[in-house]
Unconditional design. Structure first.
Length: 365
């Protein structure tokens, strides 16, 4: 990982009382982190935690909480068992701490919120319903500003929705192109900007797409001006040896997801940390192999946190990259493996095969 990415990536993570995560203490995160585990083990809940964090910085904690079904659904085993959600993130030279408590209307209120840098604690008080990291009142403090800017560059991507009404299949505003949105709803506008301003990165994305989708030639990105003078653009594409523009609905769901993934991982100015839940969904085995290779490569430019159920994808990683996720006494437990303990096994089996045989854990019991 380059120095800038390392400076702003997550070093250690503490979570108490979030969904199935009863207690995760000072857990180390590397440049590449691959979560493996059985269905229901809690992998997606770690992804959900980062989604909550993103909503906190978007001044939308209460909206996110309501969409989850209320604080009772967010707290470990509900409000009767868990009265607080506490977390601490150590990233670069600072740590961000917050404690949430449920309210009578099923929302959350901040019991406390702090930023610590160079042993100096900046208290953001308590009693507020949205994070004070984004409050103008505290924007004058350099410590608060730096921590907010760092956390804002962590991004959860979720490309599962490829239905006919999915944002990626609809037109988007041409000016909405600064960064790729979490659901890739502005993919056409983002790729159009790369085509004009970052041709090397655009060409690299096209080359990777062609490896997995051999008949794919290029995108047809042409802005259309509406009567309101707003410019919109749609994700049209063409096949090899044809200049006929095809619609995104004429691509398979797996192809669209692969295009989204390649764009996220090869973008020129990526988030310092990206979090992706089950990126292998709907992909051909060869595309999964390409994805694994690219995730490894991307981890030198950004911190990668990814959960997976795919044995072929796990085969693309080292044991040191894996985080085994299991349920222990009704709660989610995370553990890293000591690669030295499996040297004899690795002489005869791949990492994915060891997981499949339940040698590594993280399989249904």
């Amino acid at each position: 990982m380059n120095d800038q990415s390392n400076k702003n990536s997550i070093k250690r993570l503490t979570i108490h009382g979030f969904k199935s995560i009863q207690r995760l203490d000072d857990f180390p995160l590397n440049s590449l982190n691959v979560l493996i585990g059985a269905n229901g083990s809690g992998k997606s809940n770690l992804v959900s935690y980062f989604a909550m964090l993103g909503n906190m910085l978007g001044n939308a904690l209460q909206v996110w909480t309501r969409k989850q079904g209320g604080a009772d659904r967010v707290l470990f085993n509900g409000v009767k068992e868990t009265q607080q959600l506490h977390s601490e993130i150590v990233a670069g030279e600072f740590s961000y701490q917050f404690t949430l408590e449920p309210t009578v209307d099923e929302g959350f209120v901040f019991h406390s919120e702090n930023v610590i840098e160079s042993d100096q604690k900046q208290r953001l008080r308590g009693g507020h319903t949205e994070s004070n990291l984004v409050s103008r009142r505290y924007s004058v403090y350099k410590t608060i500003h730096r921590s907010r800017e760092t956390i804002s560059r962590w991004q959860v991507y979720h490309f599962h929705d490829t239905s006919d009404t999915a944002g990626v299949k609809r037109s988007s505003a041409v000016h909405d192109n600064e960064k790729l949105r979490p659901d890739a709803s502005n993919l056409s506008a983002f790729l159009y900007r790369l085509q004009l301003e970052e041709p090397k990165h655009y060409t690299q994305i096209i080359k990777m797409i062609r490896l997995a989708i051999p008949f794919f030639d290029d995108f047809v990105l042409k802005p259309q001006t509406l009567p309101t003078e707003e410019q919109r653009i749609r994700l049209l594409w063409k096949q090899k040896d044809s200049d006929y523009a095809l619609w995104p609905s004429q691509l398979s769901d797996g192809s669209i997801r692969f295009i989204c993934l390649m764009t996220a991982l090869l973008q020129p100015d990526p988030p310092t940390t990206i979090i992706i839940d089950e990126p292998e969904l709907g992909l051909h085995p060869y595309a999964i192999t390409l994805l694994g290779s690219l995730l490894r490569s991307a981890s030198s430019r950004m911190q990668v946190i990814v959960s997976t159920q795919s044995v072929p994808l796990v085969n693309e990683f080292n044991l040191d990259d894996l985080i085994v996720v299991e349920r222990e006494n009704g709660a989610t437990a995370f553990k890293r493996l000591n690669a030295d303990e499996f040297n004899d096994w690795l002489e005869d089996y791949s990492v994915g095969e060891l997981w499949e045989k339940n040698i590594l854990g993280g399989r249904p019991r």
